[in-house]
Design a protein around this ligand. Structure first.
Ligand code: ADP
Ligand code: MG
Length: 495
């Protein structure tokens, strides 16, 4: 386990080095049509209070009924996190008062969660991997939402979220920097998306994190932590950790002590603020929910789900390296998004012929990704089809166009001919590379004849050859095969 930070991760205070320690509690909304204990729609949005059953509104006498699909999703997630699946778990009531919580308690799991310890392998950079332990995963209900911005004098409550299934995924305190925490959430989100158990959409609040931060002198025991509630973007998670660590170091270096508390991150002011101290912390009076039996299933239920688990990012990355001979970096970039990985494979194998996997990776990760990024899209979300990228790569490998002309071709596919067939475009627009020696020789002869002074210079100083290559390219519209041009020039100039 990653117990000691590399010296490069330490942060310098006024009195020496400090190490950051981070553990995350991630709330991930379960992909499911209905809520955890009712049949109401779990869809995002909708007019306020239109996705609310009598159970979600906590009408007296209503009874919760467990949604089996939510249980299956939690088990799938546990399997994807290489975690212990508990065949028996217990739902507890977590009691507190809040206007958006009509039951007066949240149904959650406390002492006996559905999933126990697991492990996530995290790529912090192309050359650095860490392992982050999972402490547990439990199922719980989301609360409703108080709306304070609709009226100057009144607040409203929207219960559409009330009772939607969440998975709380608790990590061990295994991260040692903001970058490690950001990479962990990124990887966790990728795994959840591959599994189809959470859409990972942080803007819609489907994934949010409580961030626990402490600091210590290298090698010392863990320090007292503060918990920053409900951070809803990966960038903010990084910023919150850095400012909170700085705040704690400042206090400790001034001889003060950290008091354990819950804080909020304000991205506009770039600071964390106290919300409540440990002394004010709620006593939730957890107890097993008497309306629900313990949740029990057998190993066969788990095995059936395991049998249909998709290939996960780590396995896909290993396969991309083995099958396509890709470097770890390329494989890691391509599998970070499942649709991009599928797009890549469809391109390599388009039309049943296999093309150079590295060349395809270079295009998809290079010029095509740059275009997609400029639109804020992933590669598969653009109009470009694997067939078009495959066609472009085929034209290069057949020597029909140069890599340089291929870039022009891509511009045409992006702009003027969105549905265009690369082969047809190259034919119609006369973009074919000139490999015909006769044509190249003619161009070379013309340039030599027109520039006797330059010929003499080049014979004295062979590095002048580049000037001639440039002239031939200009004359042929960049379409001459560069190797052939070089060979012909050298022969004719006698250098
Ligand atoms: P509690 O039961 O009080 O919520 P947990 O032990 O469940 O505390 O820890 C909650 C989260 O805080 C976990 O993600 C854990 O990794 C993290 N954590 C625990 N101790 C520390 C620490 N000293 N520094 C940073 N994070 C910590
Ligand atoms: Mg906890």
């Amino acid at each position: 386990m990653n117990t000691h930070a590399k010296p490069s991760k330490l942060i310098q205070g006024a009195t020496g080095d400090w190490e950051i320690v981070v553990g995350l509690e991630v709330h991930a909304q379960v992909v499911s049509k209905a809520k955890l204990f009712s049949g109401a729609s779990a869809a995002y949005g909708g007019e306020p209070n239109t996705h609310v059953s009598l159970v979600d509104a906590a009408m007296p006498g209503m009874l919760p009924v467990i949604n089996e699909e939510c249980v299956a999703q939690a088990v799938r997630t546990g399997l994807g996190l290489k975690a212990q699946i508990n065949l028996r778990s217990v739902f507890d009531r977590k009691n507190y008062f809040y206007p958006d919580l009509p039951q007066g308690y949240q149904i959650s799991q406390y002492k006996s969660p559905i999933v126990g310890e697991g492990l996530v392998i995290v790529d912090v950079s192309p050359t650095e991997q860490i392992e982050v332990g999972i402490e547990r995963l439990h199922l719980e209900q989301d609360a409703g939402k108080s709306l304070h911005d609709q009226s100057a004098t009144e607040s409203f409550v929207d219960l559409n979220r009330s009772g939607v299934a969440l998975m709380e995924i608790v990590s061990k305190p295994d991260m040692r920097s903001a970058d490690e925490a950001k990479a962990y959430v990124t990887k966790l989100r990728t795994i959840l998306r591959y599994l189809g158990t959470c859409d990972g959409n942080m803007e819609e609040g489907s994934l949010r994190a409580d961030v626990n931060v402490s600091v210590r002198r290298p090698g010392e025991p863990f320090g007292t932590r503060c918990e920053i509630k409900n951070v809803n973007s990966i960038r903010f998670i990084g910023q919150a950790i850095e400012v909170e660590a700085r705040r704690q170091i400042g206090i400790l270096e001034d001889g003060g002590k950290i008091s354990q508390e819950t804080r909020l991150f304000d991205p506009n002011r770039g600071e964390t603020r106290s919300m409540r101290s440990k002394e004010e912390a709620h006593d939730y009076r957890y107890f097993p929910d008497p309306d629900l039996l313990p949740l029990e299933f057998d190993q066969a239920f788990v095995d059936a789900l395991a049998a249909y688990l998709p290939e996960l990012p780590d396995a896909k990355k290993a396969r991309f390296m083995a099958d396509y001979g890709l470097p770890a970096y390329d494989a890691g970039v391509l599998v970070a998004d499942k649709e991009t990985a599928d797009y890549y494979e469809a391109t390599v194998a388009h039309g049943g012929t296999r093309r150079d996997p590295k060349a395809v990776a270079n295009w998809i990760m290079g010029d095509v990704a740059a275009y997609a990024n400029s639109l804020g899209l992933s590669v598969p979300q653009t109009h470009l089809k694997p067939a078009q990228i495959a066609g472009l790569v085929d034209l290069i490998s057949a020597g029909t166009i140069s890599g340089k002309i291929a870039k022009d071709l891509l511009v045409i596919l992006i702009g003027e001919e969105k549905d265009g067939d690369p082969q047809a475009i190259v034919e119609a627009r006369g973009m074919k590379q000139v490999t015909d020696l006769g044509a190249i020789e003619a161009a070379v002869d013309a340039i030599i004849a027109a520039n006797p002074d330059k010929v003499a210079q080049a014979q004295a100083k062979p590095s002048m050859l580049g000037w001639f290559v440039g002239q031939v390219m200009k004359q042929t519209g960049g379409k001459a095969n560069p190797q052939a041009v070089n060979d012909v020039l050298k022969a004719k100039l006698g250098i």
